[in-house]
Design a protein around this ligand. Sequence first.
Ligand SMILES: [Fe+2]
Length: 154
Amino acid sequence: MDIGISKKDRQKIAEGLSGLLADSYTLYLMTHNFHWNVKGPMFNTLHQMFMTQYTEQWTALDQIAERIRALGFPAPGTYTEFTRLATIQEVEGQPKALEMVAHLVAGQEAVARTARGLFPLVDKANDQPTADLITQRLEVHEKTAWMLRSLLEE
Ligand SMILES: [Fe+2]
């Protein structure tokens, strides 16, 4: 395989994208969990908002995994691998509605940090499709973090 990126760089990018996939999957599941279990006066707003978020995230998981495959490496796809690779911790128990929002702000910011940390490597390797994918994910996660953060402010 020769797409103009060295095998070493493709491997490093695939490893970075695997971390991004693991964080994105962990945030996806957290968001869907909170969609199911949210309670209180903000139920309707948050139930709907979380659905919009996890639906968008679900599509992105596929794009990230398939970019890893296009770079010539296997995509992680088990809970064992995701747990090992993710920087985001799972949330135990049943947080209150605004605690859920705070967990999601932290999760959205964590995915943004993971994506941003990968950018210098991708830029140096001249990997435009991965740069484009990361840029799109940064835009979504930073915007969603702002929207969630706004729910916690006066
Ligand atoms: Fe639902």
